[in-house]
Design a protein around this ligand. Structure first.
Ligand SMILES: *Cc1c(COP(=O)(O)O)cnc(C)c1O
Length: 822
């Protein structure tokens, strides 16, 4: 408990805030207004630590990391800030005395959904760990006016609704207009010879520009007074739409600048693991990168005179290729504004930038057409051309006459700028996000780069923060763990291994299962309220929540549900253990197959949930609008963690780790971090099935496989597939799910069918599911497995991941912060 927390002062401050913000007394305030008032009070507490941290950074001048990311999937701030201030219980008590329930107040806060899924959530977990471990870090991103769309399900279909998350204001953010930066787009580059320096000067002219305004969001470390900053940039027109420009006949230009600024930060592109190639997306990328790099240089120059040593005090981590234009922007500033020679600028840049690869999916690789890129960013394009010219020379030197290498590795080739190649050529580190993923990068996707520069490649297996995903999300389990082993696990998750001795303890097993049951009741209530469906909290909660993507294979899951339903209908006498299949997933707005899969899940649910003849043995629930806040309820209540991607396709996964931490065994393929989860918990405590990554890659390299063989030889599979086109789940409409059927068998075209190996893995998945049921029937065995999963999750804390980034890539200085005397 926070020693500085004074209950009566807190209550007074909340009432005071309600008065000044809304001219109301506390009993007249709406829940939203109470949330705002409480948050402002909490922000006041944070501000002191924020200031204290800033003072330490100024005095000690530690090396810092700029974590550059298009996405930060932060979720809600209030509860998490209270947890990290160790004031959650005290505030809960104070609010109770005022007649408010903290949970209800927390529910007033919209999620900061400035991200799609795993990549954005990873950025959020990393910021939490960086502050908790005492490292100087800035998150750099975009303050999207509309974050990830809200998902509504109507008639079983996904509908996208704008997420106006800022409509009531964000009490935790701080607008910093004094640090605004200008960002230039378009125009042309004029070259002018400078007699004095005897160098060419490059001057961008005829451009449009936008003012980037930073908003700072505090990132509170756990119980250590460190408060770092997530800086997200808003856009404004440089010349407010004034008569001024109208008079000069520049009316059109003024309107254009106004619109450019408005559009840039309007929305987050809702694509996960998919590149759409939109011009506005490149504008967004350069917008926040240019502002962030300018700010980083400015900050450095306040204390230091030699820009050639920039990398000694700052490093840029590029979260995927989305921020890769930072490499060229840093070069531009060093060359054109700081007056460095090319080689000097290149040395600084290549010692500053590091790149994280998040996927091997071909459709996710960013490649910009030269025409678009050079038109929007003419000077940046020139610099990338020169980087490419020199890089191609290096390839030629290393592999003389090998045009194949040049073709495959060049940064600019075939009319396109390849951002991953730029990131690898200029980065001092290239990391994958799980062991298997890094090996696939080295041996397959990035083999040529690995052979040319093996020293750059390394692995940093992802992690999650236990502060949010256990301490906040699952208070019952968190207290139970603390009662047994103390609370060191909160900042040292491997300590949770001490719980292993309770895995076979009957009393502990009972207690664990009871806590799980309480959490299942909590989720059942949420489901009843949101879906109107009654689910049995004693059934197995079998959960797949993550973005909807073909490679994640929600389709395999729902086809298996259809198969189970057939089995139960054929054999009503069968002793089938009741199951609740829970899905949660947003599909990218333009991803047709993904949206059809959502419809299929809901249609199957409609039929099964309303079939009284199966006595509630099977339920299918699709939770609308999966996001961080409801994820916290879901993980705590899960029995089974579905991690069933086609092996080799899921780089890491982090949802898998959140389930494990909450004591849900993995039902999954040997993919991504599942491999390491199984290593930690033991094969006997997971349910593993399906093709291995090597087997999948082998098939792919040899022209695919023949799903028709499975269709022809297996009547269970055939029956389920026929139910996609016989109207069984579509009120007789034989076309509703035909595209899904065709994608699996593709009898018509010469395209490959079932590229995600669903039929190939179907039977081994069904077998693994039988093993799940068998294990669950034995309550002691199940409780043991679940406790061992939780107790073996120590490796998967983001604290470990961040320590590895610090030790092996960033080399940051550690800081400690004392509380300001108040
Ligand atoms: C953890 C998380 C993800 C990532 O889940 P995966 O199963 O790793 O794809 C996506 N969305 C939310 C809201 C999350 O909390």
């Amino acid at each position: 408990m926070n020693k500085n927390f004074k209950k009566e002062e807190f209550k007074k401050s909340v009432a005071e805030n309600v008065k000044t913000l809304y001219r109301k007394t506390i009993d007249e305030a709406t829940p939203q207004q109470v949330f705002q008032a409480v948050s402002y009070t909490v922000k006041d507490v944070i501000i002191d630590d924020w200031l204290a941290t800033q003072k330490v950074y100024e005095k000690e001048d530690p090396k810092m990391v700029y974590y550059m990311s298009m996405e930060f999937l932060m979720g809600r701030a209030l509860g998490n800030n209270l947890i990290n201030l160790t004031a959650y219980e005290a505030v809960k008590e104070a609010l109770d005395e005022m007649g408010f329930d903290l949970n209800m107040i927390e529910d007033q806060e919209p999620d900061a959904a400035l991200g799609n899924g795993g990549l954005g959530r990873l950025a959020a977990c990393f910021l939490d760990s960086l502050a908790t471990l005492g490292y100087c870090a800035y998150g750099c991103g975009i303050r999207y006016r509309y974050g990830m769309f809200k998902q509504k399900i109507e008639n079983g279909y996904q509908i996208e609704v704008p997420d106006n998350w800022l409509k009531d204001g964000n009490p935790f953010e701080l607008r910093r207009p004094e640090y605004a930066k200008e960002v230039k787009f378009g125009g042309y580059v004029r070259v002018e010879y400078d007699e004095k320096t005897r160098r060419n000067k490059f001057i961008q002219e005829g451009y449009q520009s936008v003012r980037a305004i930073p908003y700072d969001i505090p990132i509170v470390g756990y119980n250590n007074h460190v408060v770092n900053t997530l800086r997200v940039w808003d856009a404004e027109a440089i010349n407010d739409f004034q008569l001024d420009s109208f008079d000069k006949g520049d009316y059109q230009k003024a309107v254009e600048q106004e619109n450019l600024a408005k559009n840039i930060v309007e929305v987050l592109y809702p694509n996960d693991n998919h590149y759409a190639g939109k011009e506005l997306r490149l504008k967004q990328q350069y917008f926040f990168i240019s502002a962030s790099v300018q700010a980083a240089i400015e900050k450095y120059k306040k204390k230091h005179t030699d820009i050639r040593k920039f990398y000694e005090k700052a490093t840029f981590q590029l979260n995927d290729t989305h921020p890769t234009v930072a490499i060229a922007e840093l070069m531009r500033i060093l060359l054109d504004e700081e007056g460095l020679e090319w080689d000097e600028a290149w040395e600084v840049t290549t010692k500053t930038c590091a790149y994280t690869n998040h996927t091997i999916m071909a459709e996710a690789l960013e490649k910009w057409p030269i025409e678009l890129f050079s038109r929007l960013l003419p000077r940046i394009y020139q610099i990338i051309e020169e980087i490419n010219r020199r890089f191609v020379n290096e390839i030629e030197k290393k592999y003389p006459g090998n045009h194949e290498k040049m073709r495959k590795m060049a940064i600019i080739y075939d009319g396109q700028v390849k951002m991953a190649h730029l990131a690898i050529a200029a980065g001092y580190s290239v990391n994958g996000v799980a062991q298997l993923h890094t090996e696939i990068l080295k041996n397959q996707e990035l083999k040529d780069f690995y052979q040319m520069m093996p020293e750059k490649f390394n692995n940093k297996t992802n992690g999650i923060t236990q502060r949010r995903f256990l301490l906040h999300a699952n208070p019952l389990l968190a207290s139970w763990v603390t009662d047994h082993i103390g609370d060191e696990w909160i900042t040292d998750l491997p300590q949770i291994a001490k719980m292993k001795i309770y895995a076979e303890d009957k009393k502990a097993q009972q207690e664990f299962m009871n806590i799980k049951y309480q959490n299942k009741l909590r989720l059942a209530k949420y489901i009843k309220e949101h879906n109107g469906i009654d689910v049995d909290p004693r059934s197995i909660f079998d959960v797949q929540v993550k973005r909807l993507h073909e490679y994640k294979r929600q389709l395999l899951n729902i086809l298996h549900v259809m198969y189970l339903y057939n089995k139960i209908k054929d054999h009503p006498e069968l002793d089938f253990y009741p199951r609740t299949f829970i899905f949660g997933a947003k599909a990218a707005a333009g991803y047709k197959r993904a949206k059809q899969t959502i419809k299929l899940i809901n249609s199957v649910g409609d039929v099964i949930n309303n079939d009284r003849s199966i006595n509630g043995k099977l339920k299918v629930v699709f939770i609308e609008d999966y996001r961080v806040s409801n994820a916290e309820l879901i993980f705590a209540a899960s029995d089974v963690s579905e991690q069933i991607s086609t092996a080799s396709k899921e780089a890491s996964g982090t949802g898998n780790m959140k389930f494990m931490l909450n004591g849900a065994p993995t039902l999954g393929t040997m993919d991504g971090a599942n491999v390491e989860i199984v290593q930690e918990v033991g094969e006997e405590n997971a349910f593993i099935f399906g093709l291995t990554a090597d087997e999948v890659i082998n098939f792919e390299n040899n022209g695919g496989y023949y799903p028709m063989e499975y269709f022809n030889s297996d009547q269970d599979i055939r029956r389920v597939l026929m139910q996609l086109i016989n109207g069984e789940y579509s009120n007789g409409d034989m076309n509703m799910f035909r595209e899904i059927y065709d994608s699996l068998l593709n009898t018509k075209s010469s395209d490959r069918a079932d590229t995600y190996f669903i039929l190939a893995d179907f039977k081994s998945y069904a077998k693994a599911q039988e093993e799940v049921e068998k294990a669950y029937r034995d309550e002691e065995r199940w409780a043991k497995m679940a406790i061992l999963n939780m107790a073996s999750s120590g490796k998967f804390t983001a604290d470990r991941t961040i320590k590895q980034y610090v030790d092996e890539i960033w080399h940051l200085d550690h800081v400690t912060v004392e509380a300001l005397n108040s």
